[in-house]
Design a protein around this ligand. Structure first.
Ligand code: PMP
Length: 352
């Protein structure tokens, strides 16, 4: 840190992204990326867009916004396009939270939410998940805060049924309820269908997980037109060209290749069920996951030791050194071959 950093920023505790290893790792299962590449059509679209990079990108994001609107059966005025969904979350915290407008979310959830709170001086409350890692919607009613729910939750993979989310939305009519659906396409139900009925609901999505474009940085928000206009004011007050032309073209092509993405997601779900059943045979406990990862703990070996032993064997998973979840590792679902290698390595580790 230099001596010039503003005092207000001294206390920041930034988000620590999962490691992007430079070498030595054979199987990377730590950041919930897809084992499948973007479609050929999407790569070509990005290549074509690269030919016009002397021009600024479209600040209205028209092409991708219209395609998203079509995909989710909403109007383009209900869609905002962002540079990854992290940017969408940041815009929402900037628009709806402040020193006097707090936020609330579960104690075990996406680690970026408290980081945004600290960045924007937003007081926040963390409501403990139940012991089985589920959310009790009654604990979120009348919160007087922006409610942020990842559904399915990360890093647990546990889904909160849409009827429970609707209860939370109804129970907070004067506050925003933001549902972060980064992993929804791996088997959970989306809340997008509720946006026409609730002017306090924001649904955040990403192309990083089920559309295989983590490196392109493409996210979006769907909500009431008034809310989207609020977020657009924030966008235009920070970075009006927030999404680059290659990413927009590539993302639009991925939306046209829904057969490809759906089939790959189907395989990931199949591999998840295989992995979960094999891990349970090995004695691991884990909640049912509706995401592209599982969250597993073994009763005999600590989470940190499993993380370390897998790493020595060239397999990288994610371990969070946080009290209630220290014994768990979050394991991204990869190809069947990768999952078989994971299981055989764990078999050896458990034999000791
Ligand atoms: N929400 C959740 C729950 C996540 O796990 C992630 C991925 N780290 C994000 C949002 C952000 O994803 P991206 O910025 O790549 O869209």
């Amino acid at each position: 840190m230099s001596r010039f950093l503003d005092g207000k920023r001294n206390g920041l505790d930034p988000y620590v992204p999962g490691e992007q290893p430079k070498g030595g790792i054979l199987i990377k299962l730590n950041t919930n990326e897809s084992p499948f590449p973007p479609s050929e059509r999407a790569v070509k679209a990005a290549e074509e867009a690269a030919r016009n990079l002397q021009l600024y990108s479209d600040p209205e994001c028209s092409l991708i916004r219209e395609k998203l609107a079509e995909t989710y059966s909403v109007g383009p005025e209900n869609v905002l396009v962002t540079n990854g969904s992290d940017e969408a979350l940041n815009f929402a915290f900037m628009a709806y939270c402040s020193e006097n407008s707090p936020a609330v979310f579960p104690d075990i959830t996406y680690g970026f939410y408290p980081v945004f709170c600290r960045l924007h001086s937003v007081p926040y409350r963390e409501i403990p998940l139940k012991d089985d890692f589920t959310i009790d919607p009654d604990e979120y009613l009348g919160s007087g805060s922006m409610v942020v729910i990842a559904n399915p939750n990360a890093p647990t993979g546990v889904e909160l049924p849409v009827k429970d989310i609707e209860k939370i939305i109804r129970g907070n009519p004067d506050n925003i309820v933001l549902v972060d659906e980064a992993y929804v396409d791996f088997g959970a139900e989306s809340c997008v269908g509720l946006i026409s009925r609730y002017d306090n609901l924001l649904v955040v999505g990403t192309f990083s997980k089920s559309r295989f474009l983590a490196g392109a940085r493409l996210g979006f928000v769907i909500g009431d037109a008034g809310l989207i206009a609020d977020l657009d004011r924030i966008r235009n007050s920070t970075n009006p060209y927030n999404v680059n032309s290659m990413t927009m073209a590539c993302g639009a092509a991925m939306l046209e290749d829904a057969d490809y993405t759906n089939e790959c997601c189907r395989i990931i779900k199949e591999n998840r069920e295989y992995t979960a059943s094999k891990l349970r045979e090995l004695g691991f406990c884990m909640p049912d996951s509706k995401a592209n990862f599982v969250f597993a703990a073994h009763p005999e070996i600590s989470g940190a030791e499993i993380y370390g032993r897998l790493r020595e064997n060239g397999i990288l998973v994610r371990h969070f050194d946080k009290e209630r979840i220290r014994n768990f590792n979050r394991i991204t679902i990869g190809t069947m071959e990768q999952m078989k290698q994971l299981i055989s390595t764990l078999e050896r580790i458990l034999e000791r």
